[in-house]
Design a protein. Structure first.
Length: 313
């Protein structure tokens, strides 16, 4: 059979209604065909070299700075392109040369999907403050009052790094590149709205050589009136800041891959937290944090779902 695409669920069983008590007559026996997609990652996708002034240098941001002068507001923050051609995102650090602990910096940039995001970050007393969100680009940083001393903005090895499970070509296992003709897009996990995730498995075939490799599985979530600003929820589906999956194993929900009740409900209906009336497909995003520099590690994220079953029978 030639390739066939289905926008809704594929049903099996013959009784759609559920109106009576007579099995085989009026008791629903319909079930759904499960979908599956996977995305390979390796240690290089999550390797950032600490560089405290990669994004902004002290020579351009002295005492009394209120608007940070950036090196290049278009550069990719972590400098990582994942397998398949999409750029990654990471947290940033803002290092104060004086006591800025009473000051707030407003960071503006884009997330790993290219959507706008902002964050208010309390600065440090002669040290570094680290953002909670991951950034693909940083376009501006402003302070609510002038800095006490110099400022630098950079990246850190042990910070969160986000990789979107999408590809422009099949780098692994087919060895394709951006110049390949007839590109294969099998490495892609985008789940249609109203679908139900049945299982998430992070299969590690080569251990990540670090004291801890903590993984979260997130997605884009439509905000009020469908806004995509600040729409990346890092742990929407599974995982947390202490979800260590470095060892060779099949780490699946809810134990090998941590999952709360709220995350379970987001899996039962992937559109659960979308603003009503603005439900949307979910681009799956892996966010990880390593305790040490990575030189090894290979894994595949597998997601299994029944398509759009919360929106139709």
């Amino acid at each position: 059979m030639a390739r066939t695409n289905f926008s809704g669920p594929i049903n099996v069983g013959r009784i759609q209604t559920n109106t009576g008590t007579s099995v085989s007559e009026n008791v629903r026996n319909v079930a759904f065909v499960e979908c599956h997609a996977s995305f390979p990652v390796n240690h290089s996708n999550f390797t950032v070299t600490t560089d405290a002034d990669k994004l902004a240098v002290t020579g351009s941001n002295g005492a009394s700075t209120t608007s940070v002068t950036l090196v290049d507001s278009t550069q990719n923050v972590p400098g990582i392109t994942s397998d398949g051609g999409f750029e990654a995102a990471s947290v940033i650090t803002i290092t104060s040369g004086g006591d800025d602990s009473s000051k707030t910096a407003t960071i503006t940039g884009t997330d790993v999907l290219g959507n706008a995001q902002t964050e208010d970050l309390t600065l440090a007393d002669t040290g570094a403050a680290t953002s909670a969100k991951t950034y693909a680009t940083v376009t501006s940083i402003t302070l609510d009052s002038g800095s006490a001393g110099t400022l630098a903005v950079g990246v850190i090895e042990t910070g969160l790094i986000s990789v979107v499970c999408r590809s422009l070509f099949n780098e692994y296992p087919l060895g394709q590149s951006s110049t390949t003709t007839d590109k294969n897009l099998a490495n892609n996990i985008v789940i249609p709205k109203f679908s139900r995730i049945n299982d998430i498995r992070f299969v590690v075939n080569e251990a990540f050589d670090t004291a801890g490799f903590d993984v979260q599985i997130g997605a884009n979530v439509a905000q009020a009136n469908g806004s995509m600003t600040n729409s990346h929820d890092l742990d929407y589906f599974a995982g947390d800041a202490d979800n260590d999956v470095k060892a060779v194993a099949s780490h699946h929900i809810p134990t090998g891959m941590d999952q709360t009740v709220a995350q379970m409900k987001n899996c039962l209906n992937v559109s659960d937290d979308d603003a009503s009336g603005y439900e949307m497909d979910k681009a799956v995003i892996i966010t990880a944090k390593t305790d040490d520099a990575l030189t090894a590690g290979e894994a595949v994220l597998n997601v299994y779902w029944t398509q759009q079953i919360n929106n139709t029978n």
